[in-house]
Design a protein around this ligand. Structure first.
Ligand SMILES: [Zn+2]
Length: 106
């Protein structure tokens, strides 16, 4: 599916709701292109390293997702570069999910 400006705006609005220092959101669609879940990263467990990634939250709850858009913003609400970590990338590969990162300059 194609990521539109509307999707990017949604991802940015959602990321602002994260309570983490690095604000990340993830939006998931199924194979029909229906939006099935949104999530933000959570600071929980961050002492053991890393917190809970938004895309991992989605993959645990909705393993049937087809596409996940991830977005990181800074405190000014500007889009920052983001790549899925090795664990999330591996899980996505297992499940056949495509993770797309919102670009700084779409
Ligand atoms: Zn991750």
């Amino acid at each position: 599916m194609m990521i539109s400006r509307h999707h990017v705006n949604l991802a940015v609005r959602k990321a602002k709701k994260s309570s983490c220092h690095c604000k990340v959101s993830a939006i998931a669609w199924n194979y029909k292109g229906d939006l099935i879940m949104t999530a933000v990263n959570r600071p929980r467990f961050s002492k053991e390293g890393g917190g809970v990634h938004a895309e991992m939250l989605i993959m645990r709850k909705k393993p049937m997702a087809k596409t996940i858009l991830i977005c990181r913003i800074n405190n000014g609400g500007e889009i920052r570069p983001l790549h899925p970590c090795a664990a999330c990338a591996e899980k996505a590969k297992e499940l056949g999910i495509r993770i797309i990162s919102v670009k700084e300059d779409p």
